[in-house]
Design a protein around this ligand. Structure first.
Ligand code: PBG
Length: 340
C-alpha cells in the first residue's frame, strides 16, 4: 500500500486509539450513570405485611405502608435519589376522593416515609387521578356527546381537584410533586394552590411532554388504573404529532411555574428528550423509563435473548446521553447494585 492510497487524516487520525485501553475508554466517557439521579417509582396499597408481585413487571410489587417503609430504607442505603409514589386506594369513586384526602393511601405513605428517611432523600408523589377513580380516567368526567361512551375528562373541573390532591400531599410532608394528568393549565393551578397554602418551597416536576403510549400497559396492571372505557388520547399527546408540540407543552408548563420538566416515555422518545435539552438548556430535564420499556427487557432477558444488565445500562446511558439528567426507572435498585 502506498501513501497515495490514503487521503485526508488517516493514518495520523485513528479513532481506535481511544478504544484499546480500558483506562482510556473510561477517561473519555461523557455519560456517567449515578444512582443519586435515579427515582424509583413505587406502588402503595392498603393492608399490613402486603407484598403483591406485579405479574407484568417481574421484581416490582404493590406494597402496604409497613412494607414500603422497609423497602425505602433499603433504597435510601443504596444511594438512590428518591422514590415516586403511586397509590392504590381501598375504594375508588367517580372523582378519586382518596387522592384528595389527608388520610388517603398516598398521604399516609408520605407521612410514614418522611418519619424514617434522612433529609437528603426525596419523597415525590405522582399527582393524577387515574388510580383513584372507578372509571380509570385522569380526572372528573363530563358528557361530551350523545353516545353511551361519550364521556371525557372535564379539564377545568379537574384542576380544582388536582389542587386538593397536591395540597393533601404537601400537608403530609411530600418533598416534590409530579403532576402527570396532562390537563391544560394544571401546573399554574397547582403552583397557585401550593403557594396559597404556604408551600411555595415545594418544587413541581411536570410530566410536561407525556404521550398517549402503549408502553404504559404493565403500569396499568400495577396501579390498577386502566381506563374502563375509551383511552387517554384526548389529553395525552399523539406520538405522531410534531415534536414542536412537545416544546409548546414544556414552554407553557415552565411559564406556569414548572421547576423540572419530564419527557415520557423515554426510549421511544429520545428525539424529544434531545430537543428539549437543546431548547431549554437552563431547565433540569427528567425522563421516565416506563413500565413497557421495563417489561420488554425483562421478558427478553428471561428468555435468555439479551443480557439484562448490559441492556439496561446501555438503555439508561442512551436516555442520559439524549439529555435527561434525571431518570425515573424501575431498575434503580438493580443499577445501584451493579454500579456499586
Ligand atoms: C398516570 C401515570 C401513568 C404512568 C405514570 N403516571 C399511566 C397512564 O398515563 O396511563 C405510567 C408509568 C409507566 O408506564 O411506568 N397517573
Amino acid at each position: 500500500m502506498s501513501d497515495t492510497t490514503f487521503s485526508g487524516a488517516f493514518p495520523a487520525a485513528r479513532l481506535r486509539r481511544l478504544r484499546y485501553h480500558s483506562g482510556v475508554r473510561r477517561l473519555t466517557r461523557d455519560t456517567i450513570l449515578s444512582p443519586d439521579r435515579f427515582i424509583l417509582p413505587l406502588f402503595v396499597r392498603p393492608g399490613v405485611g402486603v407484598r403483591v408481585p406485579i405479574g407484568a413487571m417481574p421484581g416490582q410489587y404493590q406494597l402496604s405502608i409497613d412494607e414500603l417503609v422497609k423497602e425505602v430504607k433499603e433504597i435510601e442505603k443504596l444511594g438512590i435519589g428518591g422514590v415516586m409514589l403511586f397509590g392504590i386506594p381501598e375504594t375508588k369513586d367517580a372523582v378519586g376522593s382518596d387522592a384528595m384526602c389527608e388520610h388517603g393511601i398516598v398521604a399516609e405513605a408520605i407521612k410514614a416515609l418522611k418519619d424514617v428517611v434522612g433529609k437528603d432523600f426525596l419523597v415525590i408523589s405522582d399527582v393524577c387521578f387515574c388510580e383513584y377513580t372507578d372509571h380509570g380516567h385522569c380526572g372528573v368526567l363530563k358528557k361530551c356527546g350523545p353516545g353511551e361512551a361519550d364521556w371525557d375528562v372535564d379539564n377545568d373541573a379537574t384542576l380544582a381537584n388536582l389542587v386538593k390532591q397536591t395540597v393533601a400531599q404537601a400537608k403530609s410532608g411530600v418533598d416534590m410533586v409530579a403532576p402527570s394528568g396532562m390537563m391544560d393549565g394544571m401546573i399554574g393551578a397547582i403552583r397557585r394552590g401550593l403557594d396559597e397554602n404556604g408551600f411555595e418551597r415545594i418544587p413541581i416536576m411536570s410530566y410536561a411532554a407525556k404521550y398517549a403510549s402503549s408502553f404504559y400497559g404493565p403500569f396499568r396492571e400495577a396501579a390498577e388504573s386502566a381506563p374502563q372505557f375509551g383511552d387517554r388520547r384526548s389529553y395525552q399527546m399523539d406520538p405522531a404529532s410534531a415534536p414542536g408540540q412537545a416544546m409548546r407543552e414544556i414552554e407553557l408548563d415552565v411559564a406556569e411555574g414548572a421547576d423540572i420538566i419530564m419527557v415520557k416515555p423515554a426510549l421511544p422518545y429520545l428525539d424529544i428528550i434531545r430537543m428539549a435539552k437543546d431548547r431549554f438548556p437552563g431547565l433540569p430535564l427528567a425522563a421516565y423509563n416506563v413500565s413497557g420499556e421495563y417489561s420488554m427487557t425483562k421478558a427478553a432477558a428471561a428468555n435468555g435473548w439479551i443480557d439484562e444488565q448490559r441492556v439496561v445500562l446501555e438503555t439508561l446511558t442512551s436516555i442520559q446521553r439524549a439529555g435527561a439528567t434525571i431518570i425515573l426507572t424501575y431498575w434503580a435498585k438493580d443499577v445501584a447494585n451493579w454500579l456499586a
